[in-house]
Write a protein that binds this ligand. Structure first.
Ligand code: PEP
Ligand code: MG
Length: 574
C-alpha cells in the first residue's frame, strides 16, 4: 500500500531507495535466526560481551581519564547498575535460548523494553535516565559487534539505502562518508540540530521529526524522500516514481549548472563584494569546499574531531588537522572554532547528565571548566596559525567575564609557545560567536574586546525563542522571521558595521536562499554555510542590487505581523 508521511525538511534533494530500519540504539542491528547447535555458542558470546563491558566500567572507574568531570564516577556507577539490571544482563540470554535469535537482536529488543519502562516514569529525572540505558546498551552492543558471531553480510548497496532511525546523533552521522547512503529519516530532531547540519555536509537528503516512521515503514520498503518538502512516499506507484525520477535528474542538472559559478566572484549587481565561506566539520570536507568555490572557511566546528573516540585527540593530532586546513586554503581565511562540546555533542566516557543540556556546561563554559583540554587545543590552534590565515572563534560567549578569561587563556598559551620558541601568528585574530541574546544586546563589549564576530543563528534562535533545537515537539516554533530574531540580527550587523568590526553569519540561515537578500539589506557582507549551498547563494547574490532591496528590507524590519513579514520577504525575493 502506498502512503505518505510528513516531517521536517532539513537537507534538500530527492532520494529514491529502499528502507533500512535501525534499532533504537544508535548502532545498526540485524535480526537473524540461528540453527539450534549454535545457540550455546551465541549465549557464550553474549556472556563474554557482558563480562568485557563490566571490565570496561571497572577499568574506567579505577583509571578515570584526566578530563573526567567531577560526577564521572557516580555516572559510571549508575551505568554499572543499569548493566546489571536483569532486563539487560539476563533477559537477552533467555531470548536467545527461546527464540534462537542473534545476541544483538535480543539485546536490542530487551533494551527497548527497558527504555519503555523508563518512559512511563512520572518523575522527569528518572524518565531522562532512558538515555543512560541506551548508552549502556550501546557499549554492550559494541562489545558484541567486536566479537564476531554469525552475522550474515547485508546484501544491499548503501547508495540505494535510506536509513530509517529513531534518532541519529551527530556522532553517528560522522561515521558515514558523503553520499554513502541515499538519505536519512529520523523520528526525532529539529531543523538546526547538529544531526541536520552533518546530513547537509554529507550532501545527503534528510527529513526528521516523523515521530513514528520506524513503526510505519517496513524493512526494504521502497521510499521516495523529498528533502525540500519534508515528505516521504512509501511504496509509491509507478507514475509517482517516474515523476520523482524526473525531478531528481532535473535537480542534478541544476546543481551541475550552478557549479559552473565556482570560479566567479560573488559580487552584487551594484558591485559590492560578498564573501561566501564554508562551514566544515573535519579536514576531509575541504574537497567539497573547493568543488563549490567557497573563498574561505567561516566555521570549522573543531569539536567533531573529539567525537566517536575513546582517547581524545592530543595536541599533535589536533595541530596536524588544523594545519592541513590552513595550508589547504592557500592563504584564504580559515576560522577555527574552539570546541563546542556538551549538549548534543558529548565526549565519550565523560558524558554529562544535565537537566537542560543546551543551557548547561557547553562550548566555552566547558572549555573554561576543563582548562587542560582547552589549553591543549589552544596550543594546537596557535601553532597552526603559522601555516595559513587562521583565526580563532569562541562559541557561546555570554559576557565580559568569559571574554576576559578566554583572552587570558590565549595570552598565557602564547607566552608558553614564546618560551619554547614555537612560531605562531602574533596578530592572530580572536572572534566571538554571537549566539546568546545577551551577547547580541550587549554587543559593544564584544566589539571592543574581540577582533571579529560571527552570528550563530541556530543557537541565537534557540535561545531567543526558548526552543530546544533538537526537539521536534517544538520545532514548529523555530522561526527565523520572528520580529525579535530579525531585530537582534539587524542590531548586531548594523552595530558591528558602525564600529568597523568584521561580522559574518555562520548559522544555517546563511545558507538559505530565502534570507540572502534580507541579510544583504541588513548590511551583511560575509556569509558562511554548508559548502553545497555556496553556488545557489552565489547566484542569488549575483542577481541582487543592494540599492533595490534597501527600502523593502527596512519595511520588513519595521513590520511586526508575521504574515506581513512573509509577504514582504516574498516581494524581496521575487
Ligand atoms: C549556530 O549556533 O548557529 C552555529 C553556527 O553553531 P552550531 O550550529 O554548531 O551550534
Ligand atoms: Mg551554535
Amino acid at each position: 500500500m502506498s502512503f505518505s508521511l510528513h516531517g521536517i525538511a532539513v537537507s534538500s534533494g530527492i532520494a529514491i531507495g529502499h528502507a533500512h530500519l535501525l534499532s533504537h540504539t544508535s548502532l545498526e542491528v540485524l535480526h537473524y535466526v540461528l540453527p539450534k547447535p549454535l545457540i550455546v555458542e551465541e549465549i557464550a558470546r553474549f556472556d563474554a560481551a557482558l563480562l568485557a563491558t563490566r571490565n570496561e566500567f571497572s577499568n574506567l572507574r579505577s583509571n578515570p581519564p584526566q578530563y573526567a568531570a567531577a560526577e564521572f564516577d557516580a555516572f559510571l556507577e549508575l551505568h554499572q547498575m543499569i548493566l546489571d539490571d536483569p532486563l539487560l544482563s539476563v533477559a537477552p540470554r533467555e531470548m536467545i535460548e527461546a527464540e534462537h535469535c542473534n545476541a544483538e537482536w535480543a539485546l536490542k529488543t530487551q533494551t527497548e523494553k527497558l527504555v519503555a519502562q523508563f518512559d512511563e516514569f512520572e518523575d522527569a529525572y528518572l524518565r531522562e535516565r532512558q538515555t543512560d540505558v541506551t548508552q549502556v546498551a550501546e557499549r554492550l552492543l559494541k562489545q558484541l559487534l567486536g566479537q564476531p558471531g554469525h552475522q550474515p553480510s547485508p546484501n544491499r548497496h548503501d547508495v540505494d539505502t535510506i536509513l530509517v532511525a529513531h534518532d541519529l546523533s551527530p556522532a553517528d552521522l560522522m561515521q558515514f562518508k558523503p553520499q554513502q547512503y541515499a538519505a536519512f529519516i529520523t523520528d526525532v530532531g529539529g531543523a538546526t540540530s547538529h544531526t541536520a547540519i552533518v546530513a547537509r555536509s554529507l550532501n545527503t537528503p534528510c527529513v526528521v521529526g516523523f515521530h513514528h516512521a520506524r513503526e510505519l515503514i517496513n524493512e526494504d520498503d521502497l521510499l521516495i524522500l523529498d528533502g525540500e518538502q519534508g515528505v516521504i512516499i512509501v511504496n509509491p506507484d509507478k507514475a509517482i516514481l517516474a515523476e520523482y525520477k524526473l525531478r531528481q535528474s532535473e535537480l542534478d542538472l541544476d546543481r551541475k549548472k550552478l557549479k559552473r559559478l565556482r570560479g566567479a566572484k560573488a559580487n552584487t549587481l551594484d558591485g559590492s563584494v560578498i564573501e561566501l565561506h564554508a562551514n566544515i566539520e573535519k579536514p576531509e570536507d575541504m574537497v567539497e569546499v573547493k568543488e563549490n568555490g567557497a573563498t574561505g572557511i567561516g566555521l570549522f566546528r573543531s569539536e567533531f574531531l573529539f567525537l566517536n573516540r575513546d582517547v581524545l585527540p592530543d595536541e599533535e593530532e589536533q595541530f596536524i588537522a588544523y594545519k592541513a586546513v590552513a595550508e589547504g586554503m592557500d592563504g584564504q581565511p580559515v576560522t577555527i572554532r574552539t570546541f563546542d562540546l556538551g549538549a548534543d555533542k558529548q565526549i565519550k566516557g565523560a558524558e554529562r547528565v544535565a537537566n537542560n543540556p543546551a543551557l548547561g556546561l557547553r562550548a566555552i563554559r566547558l572549555c573554561l571548566a576543563e582548562p587542560q583540554l582547552f589549553r591543549t587545543q589552544l596550543r594546537a590552534l596557535l601553532r597552526s596559525t603559522h601555516y595559513g590565515n587562521v583565526k580563532i572563534l569562541v562559541p557561546m560567549l555570554s559576557g565580559a567575564a568569559e571574554i576576559n578569561q578566554t583572552l587570558q587563556f590565549i595570552a598565557v598559551t602564547k607566552q608558553a609557545l614564546d618560551d619554547e620558541g614555537i612560531p605562531y601568528d602574533r596578530d592572530v585574530k580572536i572572534g566571538g560567536m554571537i549566539e546568546i541574546p545577551a551577547a547580541a544586546l550587549a554587543l559593544n563589549v564584544f566589539a571592543k574586546k574581540l577582533d571579529f564576530l560571527s552570528i550563530g543563528t541556530n543557537d541565537l534562535i534557540q535561545y531567543t525563542l526558548a526552543i530546544d533545537r533538537t526537539d521536534e515537539e517544538v520545532a514548529h516554533l523555530y522561526d527565523p522571521l520572528h520580529p525579535a530574531v530579525l531585530h537582534l540580527l539587524s542590531h548586531v550587523i548594523s552595530t558591528a558595521n558602525k564600529l568597523d568590526v568584521p561580522v559574518s553569519v555562520c548559522g544555517e540561515m546563511a545558507g538559505e536562499l530565502a534570507y540572502t537578500r534580507l541579510f544583504l539589506g541588513m548590511g551583511l557582507r560575509q556569509f558562511s554555510m554548508s559548502s553545497s549551498q555556496v553556488p545557489a547563494i552565489k547566484q542569488r547574490v549575483l542577481t541582487t542590487s543592494l540599492t533595490e532591496i534597501a527600502a523593502i528590507t527596512q519595511k520588513i524590519l519595521r513590520a511586526d505581523d508575521p504574515l506581513k513579514i512573509r509577504e514582504l520577504l516574498d516581494k524581496l525575493n521575487a
